[in-house]
Structure formats: C-alpha cells, structure tokens
Design a protein around this ligand. Structure first.
Ligand code: CP
Ligand code: NVA
Length: 312
C-alpha cells in the first residue's frame, strides 16, 4: 500500500507551482514513450478504483487506459451499479474501497462529498470532476498550451461562458502559475470568487478579472476557451441558460480579436452552434483533440506522483 502521508488531488491548488513544473516535464517524457511504444510500468500491480456518479467518456478512457499503460489495473464503479446508488454512506464506501486499491478517482457532485471520501480514504484520491472543480482537465489544458506555445506565465487566457467548475479551476491555476484570466460570463452566472481563490483566505491573490463583453475578454488573448452552457447536474436550468448565454458563443470574430496565434480550447463534449461555432472548434486554432489526448499523459504523471513521489 501507499507510503504516508497521503497526498490527495482534490483541487488545482493542492499542488504547488514546482510540482506542476515536475509533472509537466514528466508527462512529456511519458507521452514520448507512449508514442514510441516503449513500456513504462512504474505502477505494476497497483490498482485504481474509478467511481463515476456522473457520465464520462474522456475521464474514464484516459484514466483506465493510462493505468493499464503504467502496468496497473482498474476497477470501474458507477452510482447505479454499486451500493452508492442504494444510499451506502460515502464514508463507508471510502473505508472499504481504500483497503483494496492503491488509488481512487471520483467524479461526483458536491466538492464536499469528494472531500468526505478523501477524509476516510487510506489512499490518495483524485478529483475526476465535481460541481466546483475539474483540476485534471486544467492540468491537461496547460500542458497542451506549453507544448504548443511554451510557458503560460504572463499570458492571457479568455474564459467565455459559464462561471462553472472549469472557470473556477482556471482561476486557481492563474494565481498559482502566474497568468491572467479574463472571465466573461452572463449576468447571474458569474464565478464564485471564494471557489476561484487558492484558499478561502487568499482572495486578494487572484489573477482573474471580470469583463462584461466577451469580445473585449478575447482582445489580444493568447488562449480563448469555453465550455457547455449547462453542466452535468444543472439540466433543469437548460432552457433559462440557453437564453442567458445566447451571446456567449465563441465565434470567428472573437478569435480574430485575440492574438493571431491564439489557441482555442474546449474540454469537450462540445455543442457546435451553442457555446462555440463549428468554424472555431473545427478550425486551425483549435487544439481540442490534443487537450483530450493529453488528459491521459498528465494523469499518468499525476498517478505516479501521488503514489511514488518524484521519480528520478
Ligand atoms: N472533459 C471531460 O472531462 O470529458 P468527459 O466528461 O467525457 O470525461
Ligand atoms: N462543465 C462541464 C464539464 C464536462 C467535462 C460539466 O461539469 O458538465
């Protein structure tokens, strides 16, 4: 089993800038070896449990394929096929599962539910998305930016759309890694500044600005990024959101306002014609497929790090 103390990855702020620097260079090595069909069995005989209380394509495949490629195995659970769906307390689930596996990844609703699982777990827990945060995705996005354009420090990222889990995580990353986040959200869908901070007491250290006009947010940006108008768990609000977000579609005109070499990112799944125009997501500035692939490479580096620490 894992060495103490346990290191969890529940939000972006759980790791420091130097740990991200290590993880990005480690992910680059892991990616190179994957492309060259070189074995990289650093987690042989280790087991990852993945718990999904919401749907997933990328998170499931990237963690599952990634763990096999590290020499380990996976157990996949959902709410409906486990006792979680029959009200077994999350604390008891954590106690039981963490006696049998080395690592747990959870996708769930409230961050507090994830935190409760982590509190009762004997092994590291990774956030595979909550209502509040999606740290593995932002790690992959920043790794993708670095691959394409070099360091993200001092750059400007435009967030167009909902002040959701992705936006909160971008804001934490901006403060930690030293770039500016411009956030354009419709009224009533702003980011929660407490969630966007590195911790509840660090609100003044933030590196994000609210900008009313999405076109203005894109001006001279190095990266333009967006997400669905309605996140998982908020489906009852879909109709109201469709109206409120009508002007928050990333268009070719918005991309033209950004720097000429600006990238476009979207964590996917995407709705062409809603939050992004097809010409943008399918256009030359879009790196969405690299982003999706890079989930696997950064998460392999993360799993290794949580279990083994820095590998020479
Ligand atoms: N981006 C992302 O997390 O995708 P899935 O919902 O398919 O896992
Ligand atoms: N904000 C979206 C991201 C999906 C990967 C959601 O939470 O549904």
């Amino acid at each position: 089993m894992t060495a103490q103390p346990i290191k969890h990855y529940l939000q972006f702020a759980d790791l420091a800038a130097d740990e991200y620097a290590y993880l990005f260079q480690r992910a680059a090595l892991i990616k190179r070896k994957f492309k060259a069909y070189e074995k990289h069995y650093t987690l042989e005989d280790r087991t990852l449990a993945m718990i999904f209380e919401k749907a997933s394509t990328r998170t499931r495949v990237s963690f599952e394929a990634g763990m096999y490629q590290l020499g380990g195995g996976v157990v996949h659970l959902t709410t409906s096929d486990s006792q979680l769906g029959r009200s077994e307390p999350i604390e008891d689930t954590a106690r039981v599962i963490s006696r049998m596996v080395d690592l747990v990844m959870i996708r769930t609703f409230e961050q507090a539910r994830l935190a409760r699982f982590a509190e009762f777990s004997r092994v590291p827990v990774i956030n595979g998305l909550t209502n509040e945060y999606h740290p593995c995705q932002i790690m992959a996005d920043i790794f993708t930016f670095i691959e394409q354009r070099g360091s993200i420090q001092g750059k400007t990222v435009a967030w167009i759309g909902d002040g959701n889990n992705m936006a909160n995580t971008w804001a934490q990353a901006a403060a930690l890694l030293g770039f500016t986040l411009r956030v354009a959200t419709p009224r009533g869908y702003e980011m929660d500044s407490q969630l966007a901070a590195l911790n509840a007491n660090a609100r003044s250290a933030h590196r994000w600005q609210n900008v009313a006009d999405p076109m203005q947010a894109c001006k001279d940006a190095d990266l333009v990024t967006t997400d669905v108008w309605t996140s998982m768990g908020y489906e009852a609000e879909s109709e109201a959101r469709r109206k409120a977000f009508a002007n928050w579609c990333v268009t070719p005109a918005m991309m033209a306002a950004a720097k000429p070499d600006a990238l476009f990112m979207h964590c996917l799944p995407a709705h062409r014609g809603e939050e992004v125009a097809a010409e943008v997501i399918d256009g030359p500035q879009s790196v969405v497929w690299d982003e999706a692939e890079n989930r696997m490479h950064v998460q392999k580096a993360l799993m290794e790090y949580l279990l083994l620490g820095r590998v020479a």
